[in-house]
Design a protein around this ligand. Structure first.
Ligand code: AR6
Length: 349
């Protein structure tokens, strides 16, 4: 059965998945769709493909493993300086194709070859760089050829996403430990309650610093539902605006996680209406409302990154996570490091 790219289930290999989806949009003929489907099924879902390859010396000729010196073996293991000679499959017209397999079973269906696991992105780059006609997936059975021109389109798309990640996210997400009332940005976000009439924690600090005019302005807003966001001026704060949102009281439910994500999402959407381009968030719900810091931080970072991704290139927004203690700083640092470090693969590895 033929499935459209956007109906398929994916392993978490997002950049390639997105590249393939973009690619699929341009391939509106049956052959293009079949090719896209095959890449999705095989490459994206397995993340790594197996390629028959032997280590090669500087001259590009295959090295015989049995006669390798210890030093060569070490270099081979470290994947350093030693490249790989690819076993190509030559078609009737004399074109060389790089064979790749989606599983060890697919390898075993034909002649016995040594294989190595590689990231799909690396293999595509290798096929293009070595001037192959393309790659042939599972050459012994349900084989499918993907020409070099198609691989090039996919690679460019992946590269563009790498560049975009690097620019839009790393530069526009900040982490600060401190008091949010001192933040000099277009807007700070308040972790309020449904009455919007002030309280303890960050809410209390913001009301105290902004002055009594904030109480008057909040009274006019007539409360706020959990997950929603409303805006006032910043009054005596350095920030021009305060976006008030109400986090959920933690009970471990999915609803609670959705509500917390809504706080970030709705605050950012509201920010656009007021031409806000720099915004600082506290760790909503993690104080009086009892949300465990690590869980809340995952949702905060995920939601903000997804929002920023969806507006990439259309709206500039700098987001600062303003945490209040060392523990929260540590938790956010780890999550952000993980989410923002998305180094492109070195095609030689
Ligand atoms: N700057 C930055 N972060 C702060 C500050 C500050 N000045 N003060 C506290 N935090 P909480 P909630 C951190 O309790 O859990 C209020 O009474 C704090 O370390 O302020 O959403 C409201 O009126 C914690 O990590 O908000 C509501 O009734 C985080 O801010 C209720 O509490 C959130 O803690 C809302 O509870």
């Amino acid at each position: 059965m033929h499935k459209q790219a956007d109906e398929m289930e994916f392993a978490p290999n997002e950049r390639i998945e997105n590249a393939v989806k973009n690619f699929a949009v341009e391939q509106d003929d049956a052959a293009g769709q079949a090719m896209t489907e095959a890449i999705l099924m095989s490459a994206v879902n397995s993340e790594e493909l197996l390629a028959p390859a032997v280590p090669a010396g500087e001259d590009g000729k295959p090295l015989d493993l049995e006669y390798m010196t210890d030093e060569q073996i070490q270099k081979f293991l470290e994947n350093d300086e030693i490249s790989f000679a690819i076993h190509a499959v030559t078609d009737d017209e004399g074109n060389d194709w790089m064979p790749v397999f989606t599983s060890p079973d697919k390898v075993m269906e034909g002649e016995v070859v040594d294989v190595m696991a590689h990231q799909i992105e690396t293999l595509m780059a290798m096929a293009v760089d070595t001037g192959m006609a393309g790659i042939v997936i599972n050459p012994w059975s349900d084989s499918l050829n993907i020409p070099a021109e198609s691989l090039q389109v996919l690679l460019s798309s992946i590269q563009a996403m790498n560049d975009e990640d690097g620019e839009s996210l790393e530069g526009d997400i900040n982490l600060i430990e401190g008091d949010i009332v001192n933040m000099e940005c277009d807007a700070i976000v308040n972790a309020a309650n449904n009455t919007l009439m002030g309280g303890s924690g960050v809410d209390g600090a913001i009301h105290a610093a902004a002055g009594p005019e904030l109480d008057d302005a909040c009274r006019e807003l007539h409360g706020c539902k959990t997950g929603e966001a409303k805006i006032t001026e910043g009054f005596q704060l350095p920030a021009k605006y305060i976006i008030h949102t109400v986090g959920p009281i933690y009970d471990g439910s999915d609803q609670c996680a959705d509500d917390l994500a809504d706080c970030y999402w709705n605050a950012l959407n509201l920010a656009i209406d007021y031409d806000i381009h720099t915004i600082a968030f506290p760790c909503i719900s993690t104080g009086v409302f009892g949300y465990p810091m690590a869980e809340a931080a995952e949702i905060a970072v995920d939601t903000v990154l997804t929002w920023m991704d969806s507006y990439a290139g259309e709206y500039d927004m700098q987001v600062t996570f303003c945490v209040h203690d060392d523990e929260a700083y540590q938790v956010y640092t780890e999550i952000l490091d993980e989410e923002l470090t998305d180094e492109p693969e070195d095609p030689q590895n």
